[in-house]
Design a protein around this ligand. Structure first.
Ligand SMILES: NC(=O)C1=CN([C@@H]2O[C@H](COP(=O)(O)OP(=O)(O)OC[C@H]3O[C@@H](n4cnc5c(N)ncnc54)[C@H](OP(=O)(O)O)[C@@H]3O)[C@@H](O)[C@H]2O)C=CC1
Ligand SMILES: CC(=O)[C@H](N)C(=O)O
Length: 260
């Protein structure tokens, strides 16, 4: 049985809490991060009892500089942590013009800044060890500006891009990076953001989502989209993107933009 440890952000509920259960079931020790200490402790007690593993609770508001630094330090200093599940995130209700400066700040601070800084905190140590994993939770909304969640979707597009770039830089050094793109999943995120889901079509149950994401993890997929039923759609999109890149000629404007 392994004694490595997995640090999971946003572990107090939803997708993060299910990841915690699944890694505990696999015999990993855990470090659980979120703001709600009581919920983290209750989960930790249950997992320790059920799976005979060790769980540390590290309460932190990842939008606060001091708390974020505390989690970064743990990732830098604890040699047992070989996997980071970068999951904590929030959503927003309303369109672009309904957003306030503070709601934009919070969303970007948690979904992008904290996620990037935590990945950057652990990556050098994993590279030095020549092994380890970083899982970043994105969303299919990051592929869909049509959904009318422009700021949230932009943070998730950022997470996808970041993960792909990190994977290109780190995989040769033994570090596995996975982007996970769920679609609508039954968790508290909707209620917390004030989004009424009563008219939504059926969504995925959170256990099914995490179990599917872990199939992708075990296969070492770079991008895992559990609700995508035709895998070749993603492959085609990526092939089209690469073809586009091959047609970028940076020294010369395209014919259609040339002035007479
Ligand atoms: N549910 C869905 O439909 C989808 C979700 N996702 C993504 O999955 C991830 C998890 O979402 P989900 O489980 O649904 O959401 P939940 O709202 O159920 O859980 C969010 C988790 O993040 C934690 N969190 C929120 N704010 C902070 C903060 N400032 N600092 C630290 N932790 C914080 C919460 O804990 P606490 O309040 O204790 O801090 C909680 O543990 C998010 O990144 C989300 O964008 C992607 C696609 C679809
Ligand atoms: C709030 C959302 O849109 C959801 N979490 C998703 O990413 O699909």
């Amino acid at each position: 049985m392994t004694t490595s440890s997995v640090l999971i952000t946003g572990a107090s509920t939803g997708i993060g809490a299910v990841y915690a259960d699944r890694f505990a079931r696999r015999g990993h020790d855990l470090v659980l991060v979120a703001r709600d200490q009581a919920k983290l402790e209750a989960l930790a007690a249950r997992l320790q009892q059920n799976y005979r593993i060790h769980v540390d609770v590290l309460p932190a508001d990842l939008t606060k500089a001091g708390d974020l630094a505390k989690v970064e330090k743990r990732l830098q200093d604890d040699p047992r942590i070989d996997t980071l599940i970068n999951n904590a995130g929030i959503a927003q209700s309303g369109g672009f013009i309904q957003q306030t400066s503070s709601s934009i700040d919070q969303l970007i601070a948690l979904n992008t800044t904290a996620l990037t800084r935590l990945a950057a905190a652990v990556a050098p140590r994993l590279v030095q060890a020549g092994k380890g994993s970083i899982v970043n939770i994105s969303s299919v909304v990051g592929l869909a500006p049509e959904f009318g969640m422009s700021v949230y979707g932009a943070t998730k597009a950022f997470v996808l891009f970041l993960s792909q770039g990190m994977s290109m830089e780190l995989s040769a050094k033994g570090v596995y990076v996975q982007a996970v793109l769920p679609a609508g999943t039954y968790t508290e995120i909707w209620q917390r953001a004030g989004i009424d889901i009563s008219d939504f079509s059926q969504m995925m149950h959170v256990d099914e989502l995490v179990d599917a994401a872990l199939v992708g993890f075990d296969r070492r997929e770079g991008v895992t989209i559990p609700p995508l039923h035709k895998a070749e759609r993603w492959d085609n999109l990526d092939a089209t993107r690469q073809a586009l890149l091959s047609d970028i000629k940076q020294a010369e404007a395209a014919e259609r933009y040339k002035t007479a």
